[in-house]
Ligand binder design. Structure first.
Ligand code: HEC
Length: 134
């Protein structure tokens, strides 16, 4: 959770609960991760490699240095009208695994956030949960 909210700053574009309600209005609109159809392998891939021709950044430091991502290198990325932004920080493979596990456990397929889920999510009644009437 710390990696999602802080180091990876996924919340800036995807919202703290992953619902696409971004916490930073200056950032691109991220997908609603609560409704994603991706499995764990798909999640790992997209966090490591980003999504070509979109504003989802690649978090693997070597993503486009050796062809490990979609067989592409840095120079190939120029062909896409939408350039992936630089990630807030690069993440180690182990950290990306942890983020995928966190999303599987707390975000994906969990339905819309509500008060009870919010308290469960944060482990206590935080300010964020006060915005839910039920
Ligand atoms: C700069 C904004 C930004 C940041 C930071 C960001 N994302 Fe994204 N993300 C996007 C956008 C935009 C998309 C949608 C791309 C598209 O399909 O057009 C996306 C898509 C995704 C998808 C694919 C969803 C699907 O169903 O196709 C996943 C998974 C994802 N992001 C996870 C993450 C995680 C985990 C982090 C943090 C490690 C993160 N993102 C950080 C902008 C961001």
């Amino acid at each position: 959770m710390r990696l999602f909210q802080q180091k990876g700053n996924c919340q800036a574009c995807h919202g703290w609960s992953g619902d696409g309600n971004k916490t930073d209005s200056q950032m691109p609109d991220g997908a609603n991760l609560r409704e994603t159809k991706l499995n764990r392998a798909g999640l790992l891939m997209i966090v490591k490699c980003g999504k070509l021709n979109s504003q989802m950044p690649a978090f693997d430091k070597f993503a486009y240095s050796d062809g490990r991502c979609y067989g592409k290198k840095q120079a190939d990325l120029k062909a896409y009208p939408t350039r992936m932004p630089d990630p807030p920080a690069t993440l180690q493979p182990r950290e990306i695994e942890l983020i995928a596990d966190f999303m599987m456990a707390k975000i994906i397929g969990k339905g819309p956030m509500d008060r009870a889920k919010c308290i469960e999510f944060w482990g206590s009644e935080t300010d964020a949960c006060k915005t839910f009437s039920k």
